[in-house]
Design a protein around this ligand. Sequence first.
Ligand code: AVI
Length: 339
Amino acid sequence: MDLSVAVQKRASSARWAFLRDVIAGLRTRPKCLPCKYFYDQRGSELFDRICQLDEYYLTRAELALMDQFAPEMGAQIGPDAMLVEYGSGSSVKTRYLLDGLPDLAAYVPVDISGEHLEQTARELARDYPRIEVLPVCADFTQDFALPRSLRTATHSAVYFPGSTIGNFLPSRAAELLRRITQMCGPGGGLLIGIDLKKDTATIEAAYNDRLGVTAEFNLNLLLRINRELGADFDLGQFFHRARYNSELGRVEMYLVSRRAQVVTCGGKTIEFGRGEAICTEYSHKYTVGEFAAVAAAAGLTLHREWTDKNRRFAVLHFAVLPSAVLSGAVVSRSQPSTT
Ligand code: AVI
C-alpha cells in the first residue's frame, strides 16, 4: 500500500476511535473521558510544563532518584537488553538510564503522540549515537509489535516512569502489568515509577497549581474535541476541579459545567446540568506494599526499591517470575515483529 494512503487510513481510524470513545464517555453516567486523549501536541507541551511546576513534586522526586540511583537501576536491567519505554513523552528521565547503560541492544520509546515521539527519538539518536533508537507510535495498553534491532537483545526490560500506571484503575493496571510480563518473558524486568500515598494537602496542591497550567491541560481536552471532532464546547462554560479521594487513594480530576447547556459532537447532542462534572482522570497513589501485591498477581516479583527520604515517590524494579509465563499470569500474546 502507498505510504501516504496507509498514513491517512491510520489517521482516520484513530479519529473514529477518538469519536467513539468521546461519545460513549459523554453518554455514560457520570460522564467521563479517557485521559489518554490529553496528549495531543498542545497537551504534551502543557504536561511538560506541569512537570516543572513547584507544586508538582512527582517529577522532581523521581528525577532526584534517577540522578542518584540510575547506575544501580541500570545494573538491575543488565547488558544487552532491549529497553522499551512506555509513554516516553520527552524521555527526560530516560537519559539518566541511557547514560549508565553502555551495552544496551536498543532503546524503544513507545508513545501515542506521534509528533512528540519522532522529535524526541531524533534528539536521542543524535545524543546517543551508540544506541539504536527504534520509536513505536502505539497505544501501549493494546498489543503492539516490538521492532527488530540490529543487535540481538538477550532480554527485554520495560521502563515505565512518571507514575503513569496510577492513571489506570487498579484492575486495568493489573491487566497492563500482565501484558508486560508476557511481552518481556523469562529474564525480563520492569522498572517503574509510582507516586506514594501521602497527606491530602500535598497531593491536592500538585493538581491545582497556582499558575493554572493543570486547569489549561484539562480544558485542552475539550479544545481538542472541538478541533478534531467538530464539537462546539464553549471552554468558558467549564472549569477544572481536582480532589484527592483518600478512601480510594486517588486524585479525581473533572471538568465541571458552569451552567445547564447543550453541546454538539459528532452529530449527537449532549446535555449538561449546572455543576455536572465530566471525570477526565484518576491518578492512583500506592504504598510500595500495595503496588508489589498488584504486580505479584501479574507474575512480577519486587527486586529493588528506591525512595526519597520523605517517601513521596518510589522507583521499583521487578523481575518476571519464571513460573509466571507458564502459569497463566499472562492474559494475551502480542505479535512478534515480522518486519
Ligand atoms: C501522567 N500522569 C502520571 C499525570 C498524573 O500525575 O497523574 C497526569 C497529570 N494530570 C494532572 N497533572 C498531571
